[in-house]
Design a binder for this molecule. Structure first.
Ligand SMILES: *Cc1c(COP(=O)(O)O)cnc(C)c1O
Length: 224
């Protein structure tokens, strides 16, 4: 059996104070989330909107739910009332939909822009041109119900640590650049979500402020 409590303790001991832990609970049952909750964990990450919605209904209300997976526009409505951070904004149309649904709920939803840093074609995320198109458009300034609080990225799935490090470094460089010009006046732009079970130590060395860890806490997943 997976010992969620001791896994969490082991991981937390490796995280500097400024790094937040998102416990990635996708595909895992409520009992596992509850076990982590009882050790004090409050941030959980899911990658499917309806699964997150169902869990949020049944579990304690002070959990902060983070959407970490590719989000379809027609699913935003399921999470708009309660989601606390969306890591995976990967298109202008998705950002506009989140803004619209947040407005309906009379709230401002915090978002990260997901940047494509991996060599793999299959990973989602914006390239630098798409990012610039979003951030420097006039319309962007009119989105009053979203707040961009940072960037997210996933490194290539590889054994090559130097490649992983290089990809994280490139995301940190981009983050620093945006922090200096586009978001210079916005203290809330401060999160860099990078690092999963296999590469979070490298991610932290390269400037991550938020790691998304699933299997090292809850054990291997059968699917998802
Ligand atoms: C599943 C997932 C994770 C967690 O992966 P582990 O290898 O289980 O730690 C992190 N980020 C995203 C975007 C994921 O989909």
């Amino acid at each position: 059996m997976t010992d969620i409590k001791s896994n969490l303790e082991k991981i937390k001991a490796q995280l500097p104070d400024h790094v937040k832990l998102v416990a990635v609970s996708k595909t895992k049952p409520n009992e596992d989330i509850q076990a982590a909750y009882e050790t004090g964990q409050r941030i959980f990450g899911e990658n499917k909107a309806q699964e997150m919605q169902g869990k949020a209904e049944e579990l304690p209300k002070d959990i902060e739910w983070h959407m970490i997976g590719h989000l379809q526009r027609n699913k935003v409505k399921y999470i708009a009332p309660f989601v606390s951070l969306i890591h995976s904004i990967d298109s202008w149309r998705l950002l506009k939909e989140v803004n619209k649904r947040a407005k309906n709920e009379d709230r401002v939803i915090d978002c990260l822009l997901q940047i494509h840093i991996a060599k793999e074609e299959s990973k989602f995320g914006l390239d630098e041109d798409e990012l610039a198109d979003i951030l420097y458009s006039e319309e962007f300034e009119n989105l009053e119900n979203i707040r961009i609080v940072g960037l997210m990225g996933m490194a290539t799935l590889t054994e090559n640590e130097e490649q992983i490090r290089r990809e994280f470094k490139s995301l940190k460089d981009l983050f620093d650049k945006l922090k200096k010009d586009k978001f210079a006046l916005e203290d809330s732009f401060k999160e860099l979500s990078m690092g999963m079970s296999s590469d979070f130590k490298i991610a932290i060395e390269e400037g991550s402020t938020m790691v998304r860890i699933g299997s090292d806490i809850f054990g291997a997943r059968n699917y998802g």
